[in-house]
Design a protein around this ligand. Sequence first.
Ligand SMILES: [Zn+2]
Length: 387
Amino acid sequence: MIKNKAYKFRLYPNQEQEIFLAKCFGCSRFVYNHFLRLTIDTYAESKQTLKYSNYAKLLTKLKREVDYSWLKEVNSQALQQSLKDLEKAFVSFFSKQNKFPRFKKKTNRQSFRVPQHFSITEDGKLQLPKMKPIKMVIHREIEGKLCNVTISKTPGGKYYASIVVEYESELSPLQGDRIGIDVNLDKIVVTSNGDEYDNPKYLKKSLKKLTRLYRCLSRKQKDSKKRNKARLRLAKIHGKVANQRLDLHHKLSTKLCKENQLIATEDLAIKNLIKNPKLSRHIADVAWGKFLTLLGDKSEKLGCEIKKVDRFFPSSKRCHVCGWIKTDMTLKERQWKCEECHTFHDSRDRNAALNILLFANNDIPQEVRKSTPKEIPETVCISRVTD
Ligand SMILES: [Zn+2]
């Protein structure tokens, strides 16, 4: 089976190259914003929506105008990719997967994509159209055929190349355990085997520094050099926190997928959880969404199956031994005793992980499931297994 994967490498452009890259970012952003505005205006006037084919023709026209001839200085395919992204943004808006496309800002992450005519030189530099090779740190071997590359610059001023390759995947035969995992705030993951992985709470650790920097930023005059400097310092810390978290997520998801043949997990509605003002920052700090995405990616690569369990399934409140449900449980209760079979659950999360595994295995038939009279009927949820 042919699959895609991406390698992300740090780039170190020299001064001259930085100027040219700034031009590429700027032109891609300009084209995106220009056609976003045009799409909005066209729709307001004539109720017509524009597509990539319209954009492409209009772009060629635009480049012929004297005022916009500077667009010719950069790779033309990169500009076309920017318009493809715009079309994609509208498609996902109309299919209700995303919000309305927004204008790109100069202060956010900058990027442009080169779909063809790029290569890696013998001395490991990245060769892009219209410029000299850029120094790149290839920290791992690239396996597969090069497809496209996205060049990005973080708000903190670091440059990266994300190279997408095609490769032939060979899944290894299934081996290892079947486990259930529970994700929560204290421990990033608790497995049904009883393994616990701590959540290092990177954001919390940098919070003092961040609060100070935010205060510092708010005092600076708008559009001043000092404000920009303060903004950069802030972006650097946010970048560091994100990197630390990503590193942990990569290691943990690889470990879990390598050691197990099936991982059952809850299908979390993270967007809804983040709306809870008391928990939102902590939840954003663990970044479950990213973790679960990585787990999904790795599982495909390493041949491990992921089974998602309905998020309304009462995993924490159900006794995994007898099925009794404790309806009056608060978030604070970390340990509890089953009133029916008197099992003492010393870890609420492990009990949840065990239930998730049982449920994924279809080991919880509806008839056997017990409930207290006070409980709201949940039969609909119990009969649904998603995978
Ligand atoms: Zn019990």
